[in-house]
Structures are given as structure tokens and as C-alpha cells.
Design a protein around this ligand. Structure first.
Ligand code: GRG
Length: 315
């Protein structure tokens, strides 16, 4: 992942934070798919899950848990679960019946390697393994907090989230779409899971309602900004850098933010949304800063820096 300059937190080394969190997530992902039968299914699941990716979702979950006063260790099974749901959605999104793509995370897509039926099943197995990890493999986390996580994960994955967003996205292909509909698609297809990341992380730590509400506002801002930047990168970056087919939105005749607003206004909108997201956390950053010893890292610094990363990323 490219190093990013942030406006956040004196003394907070975001690149080092990201690298360390990414390494811990990679190790946990590897451990979450131990040898089991059928080996062919495990191989297809591992192929996509362990193919790299920015790991933004699990890192958001760990950072939110820490901001709420919890330990990232307690949140790790949930963080892995979120990356599994995300990977499932990428596998299914790439299928011929959906976006019909050949390249993902710099590799041939899952169905290109394992065939359509196995790709569908690998996605299904990742989705269900996600719930297994939360419900059965999250030691030391009180059951009512895990129940809240299961609830959020269900909402984000299903009709009120990923599936609903994907259905409207498919229905709108080749049609002209207004800004409201585009926002609906992205808040559901992309935003819902990003929201679940921070809300689930916070639930693991037993966060207050005030923090949950602020994290909801934060997630809305970064979710929309993330998708605007995704749309911009689709027209400005190469397939090689993105690790997925660039220019796909144009080929599929999709409405995007750059198409509706132009590149410059899209970028400005993303930056404004990130500013809104960061502002929502300001009270918690200030509260936290007042209670920590001088020189200690602000516990909101990772989430603030992750918000900046969303607009400065190059892939
Ligand atoms: C079957 C329950 C079920 C759901 C699937 C296919 C589908 C419904 C939804 C599609 C969701 C989707 C693929 C949204 C796009 C989100 C997006 C911008 C993905 C790219 O995320 P990055 O850039 O990717 O974080 P990496 O590879 O870095 O993880």
C-alpha cells in the first residue's frame, strides 16, 4: 500500500501503523482457513482471500475497536469476517452474470480459475465462514456484543446492504441515473460494509451510543468518498496499478460520479465528505487527547488518517 501523508496527529506514523495492521490481518486471514475437506473448496476460498488487497475493511474494524477502548486482538475474528464478506462480494461481482470480469487483485478472477459453480460456492463458503468466526470463534467477547456484530453483518451483507446495492446497480446499467440513485447504489453496495466495519469494531469494545452514532456519520462520509475515488481511479489509473480492469464503468455504460459531475467536482466532493467524516470524530479525538499522557498517540488518529488515505490512494 502506498505511503500517505496525512494531516492527522503529530507523532503518528500512519505508514508504520498500516503496515503493522496489515501484517496482523494477513496472519489472521491465513489462520482462518486451515486444512479441511473438500480441499478444492478451500483452495478456491484461499485463492481470493489471500490475494492481497488493501485490507481496508479489517483495519477499519480494528481501529474502531481501539478507539472505543477495546483490544484489536478481541476484534480480529470480526475483522477477518468482514474481509471474508468483502472477498465474497468481489468473487460474486466478477461472475459472468454480474460484472463479468477477468482480473481482480492482480490475478485472474476466481471463476476464470475454478469455474463458475466453484466460484459461487467459494463465495458462499466465505460468507458463511464469516458468521461462524463471529459466533463461534471470538473468545472473550460477551455474547450480547457478538449478537450485535452478527446483526450488523447481516444488514450489511443482505438486501439492506450489498445485495440491495448490487441489484439497483445492475438494474441501472445502460440507463441514465440521477445523483440520488447513484448515492443509493454506493451507500448500499460499498458504504454498508464500510459502516459495518467500524460499527462492529466498536460493538466488540462495548462502545457508547454517542460513539456509535459518530462512527455511523464517519462511515457514511468515507463510504461515499471511497466510491467517488473508485470511480475516478477507474478512468485515471491503469489496470496494472489497480489490479482490476480499468475503464470498466465506461464499457459497462455505468453512471459514475465523474460522468455526472466531472473529475474535478467529484474530487472536491470526496474531499468534503472526508472532512465531514473526520469532523464527526473530533469530540472523541479531543476527549481522548485530554485523558492520555502527553506525547501519547491520539486513539482517533488511525481512523482520521484512514479517512485521508481514502482520497489520496492510488489503487
Ligand atoms: C451474495 C450476500 C451476497 C452479496 C453479493 C456481488 C454483490 C452482492 C455485491 C457487490 C459489492 C461490490 C463488489 C461492491 C464494490 C465495492 C468496492 C469498491 C470494492 C473494491 O474495494 P477495495 O478497493 O478492494 O477495497 P481490495 O481488493 O483492495 O480489497
Amino acid at each position: 500500500m502506498a505511503a500517505v501523508a496525512t494531516t492527522t496527529g503529530k507523532g503518528f506514523d500512519f505508514s508504520a501503523y498500516l503496515e503493522s495492521a496489515r501484517q496482523r490481518v494477513e496472519a489472521a486471514l491465513e489462520a482462518a482457513l486451515p486444512p479441511e475437506r473438500p480441499e478444492s473448496l478451500r483452495e478456491a476460498m484461499r485463492y481470493s482471500l489471500l490475494a492481497g488487497g488493501k485490507r481496508l475493511r479489517p483495519i477499519l474494524c480494528l481501529a474502531a475497536c481501539e478507539l472505543a477502548g477495546g483490544s484489536s486482538q478481541a476484534a480480529m475474528p470480526t475483522a477477518v469476517a468482514l474481509e471474508m464478506v468483502h472477498t465474497m462480494s468481489l468473487i460474486h461481482d466478477d461472475l459472468p452474470a454480474m460484472d463479468n470480469d477477468d482480473l481482480r487483485r492482480g490475478r485472474p478472477t476466481n471463476h476464470k480459475v475454478y469455474g463458475e459453480a466453484n466460484a459461487i460456492l467459494a463465495g458462499d463458503a466465505l460468507l458463511t465462514r464469516a458468521f461462524e468466526l463471529v459466533a463461534l470463534r471470538s473468545p472473550g467477547v460477551p455474547a450480547e456484543r457478538l449478537l450485535a456484530v452478527v446483526g450488523e453483518l447481516s444488514l450489511a451483507s443482505g438486501a439492506p446492504g450489498l445485495v440491495g446495492g448490487q441489484v439497483v446497480d445492475l438494474e441501472c446499467e445502460g440507463k441514465s441515473v440521477d445523483l440520488d440513485t447513484l448515492e443509493y447504489i454506493h451507500l448500499h453496495k460499498t458504504g454498508a460494509l464500510l459502516r459495518a466495519c467500524v460499527i462492529c469494531g466498536a460493538h466488540i469494545a462495548g462502545a457508547s451510543n454517542a460513539l456509535l452514532e459518530a462512527l455511523g456519520t464517519y462511515a457514511r462520509g468515507i463510504g461515499l468518498a471511497f466510491q467517488i475515488i473508485d470511480d475516478i481511479l477507474d478512468v485515471t489509473a491503469s489496470s496494472e496499478v489497480l489490479g482490476k480492469t480499468a475503464g470498466k464503468d465506461l464499457t459497462a455504460d455505468k453512471t459514475t460520479y465523474p460522468k455526472l459531475l466531472g473529475l474535478e467536482e467529484s474530487r472536491q466532493r470526496a474531499e468534503a465528505l472526508v472532512a465531514e467524516a473526520k469532523a464527526a470524530l473530533a469530540p472523541f479525538a479531543a476527549d481522548a487527547a485530554a485523558t492520555v499522557i502527553p506525547g501519547a498517540v491520539d486513539p482517533a488518529a488511525p481512523l482520521l488518517a484512514l479517512a485521508d488515505y481514502i482520497t489520496s490512494r492510488d489503487r
